[in-house]
Design a binder for this molecule. Structure first.
Ligand code: KPL
Length: 312
């Protein structure tokens, strides 16, 4: 599938999603280069001799191309950012000197609020955003399991008022990022996709931290289910104030559907808490609460979950 004209894509963030893309790329003749945090992490990766990936079936060892900020040579012209929202600014700052001014950058992560600071940093980047429901988790250092198939959507946010890149250009980027079973579909309105994903994450992720449970267990626990309803009630107010049409019942239906489809998942936020890592809460519930304040809405349930996760 690779032709010599294919651009050289780098992936920033070798967590579950970044490693998933790099693994499928490697297997399908599209060698992405993973950018690891620092020289120590790269040395650890080299000792592990690559990524162990269970992509359905049995685990395999994949010697993916990897580097770190201090060893970057060539300019980065195409960058897929899979770093967690809370790590994005620092991770981009570490490679900024190597990032072409007009690089194509695709932001693929949970949460909202990282795109605008990125553009302030480098105003002529060609920034696209993506959202995925591929189910993947880390089961050890440099080891991932692709547990469930999902959908990946890509588009240009209108919130950033950048020059339009055009459908054909975006379709070309979607094709370049479609590797093996990972298909990336261009969409006209990525802002709505990202917003709806944020709402689902606001409802499910912090509650799984509160109840220390898998996504599906929120539906089996009457207390958690009641709280899910209360949270969605507040979310619906913000949704309405922003002019979106879907009402509280529809939002709750969507949240319940995701919780049920991903019933056996431990949410990414719960996984972060259990591993002692910083969570994405400021870019999920924190983002919603800041928006609520700007809109003059009070969101006490979400605010108290924000506090709970910050202190967890
Ligand atoms: O996106 C997710 C996450 O865990 O971050 C959900 C949809 C809740 C699936 O686990």
């Amino acid at each position: 599938m690779t032709t010599t004209a294919e651009p050289n894509w780098h992936i920033l963030g070798a967590g579950a999603i970044g490693s998933l893309w790099a693994s499928h790329g490697h297997l399908h003749g599209h060698p992405f280069t993973l950018i690891l945090r620092d020289a120590q992490r790269l040395a650890d990766y080299q000792s592990a001799r690559g990524i162990t990936a269970n992509l359905g079936g049995s685990a395999q060892h994949l010697p993916l191309k990897a580097t770190c900020p201090s060893q970057l040579g060539e300019p980065i012209t195409h960058l897929l950012i899979c770093a967690k929202a809370q790590q994005t600014q620092a991770a981009v700052a570490a490679i900024a000197a190597h990032l072409s001014d007009d690089a194509v950058v695709v932001l693929l992560q949970n949460g909202l609020g990282t795109a605008a600071p990125l553009m302030q940093h480098k105003p002529s980047l060609r920034l696209l955003q993506a959202s995925t429901t591929e189910g993947v988790f880390r089961n050890g250092p440099f080891s991932i399991v692709h547990a469930g198939r999902g959908q990946t959507l890509l588009g240009q946010s209108t919130a950033l008022t950048l020059p339009p890149m055009g459908e054909e250009f975006i379709a070309g980027i979607a094709r370049q990022l479609s590797v093996g079973p990972l298909q990336v579909t261009p969409v006209a309105d990525i802002d709505t996709v990202l917003w709806q994903k944020l709402l689902v994450n606001c409802a499910i992720n912090p509650l799984t931290v509160k109840y220390r449970c898998r996504n599906g267990e929120l539906l089996d626990n009457p207390l958690a289910l009641q709280e899910l309803g209360d949270i969605v009630n507040e979310i619906a107010k913000v949704n309405h104030a922003l002019g979106y049409r879907d009402n509280e019942t529809e939002l709750l239906g969507r949240v319940r559907q995701v919780a049920s489809k991903t019933a056996l998942n431990r949410s990414s936020m719960l996984q972060d808490i259990e591993a002692g890592r910083e969570t994405e809460i400021e870019f999920i519930t924190g983002y919603l609460c800041r928006l609520g304040t700007e809109l003059g809405l009070s969101l006490p349930r979400n605010q108290s979950l924000l506090t709970l996760v910050r202190e967890a």
